[in-house]
Design a protein around this ligand. Sequence first.
Ligand SMILES: [Cu+2]
Ligand SMILES: [Zn+2]
Length: 176
Amino acid sequence: MITTQHISSNHNLFMEYTIKKEVFTMFTHIFNHAKAYIKGGKKYPNINGIVTFKETKNGVLVTAKVTNLPQSNNCIGKFFGFHIHEGTSCTGNANDEFANAKSHLNLTNCPHPFHIGDLPPLLENNGYAYMSVLINKFEIKNILGHVIIIHDSPDDFTSQPSGNSGTKIACGRIKK
Ligand SMILES: [Cu+2]
Ligand SMILES: [Zn+2]
């Protein structure tokens, strides 16, 4: 038999559960997610994308989706250098419109390609690139506010200080 007492206690349990769930969701949202909206520069203004960062117990899951990348004239499948840079603004000057992105984010005093900001290159498919990679060399708090850059050439993972990746063609700032 259900009494008023039962209903009231179930209601309290339900409220407690709801509040705990809300607080949990709030904290995971505040501490464990970030994103960057990527926009092309003057040469490729139609480049558009989003990079999301999600903290997991094994590292940060980085997922990039980018459209309207330039394609090779002769051969299929062009690679693009892809890094987190130490700068905090997608601005620059007449020579380099994203010059203020500065160098690769490097918090551990290591050479390229062991910078915190060194990521696998993007590969376009009819101008579209999708990549998801797990990385445990940084936490989201290390990269917030910095910018992510797409270059017009692949990273050679050897040349110092930045893998000879060529011109910066797109940029986005990492935020909550
Ligand atoms: Cu770069
Ligand atoms: Zn690097």
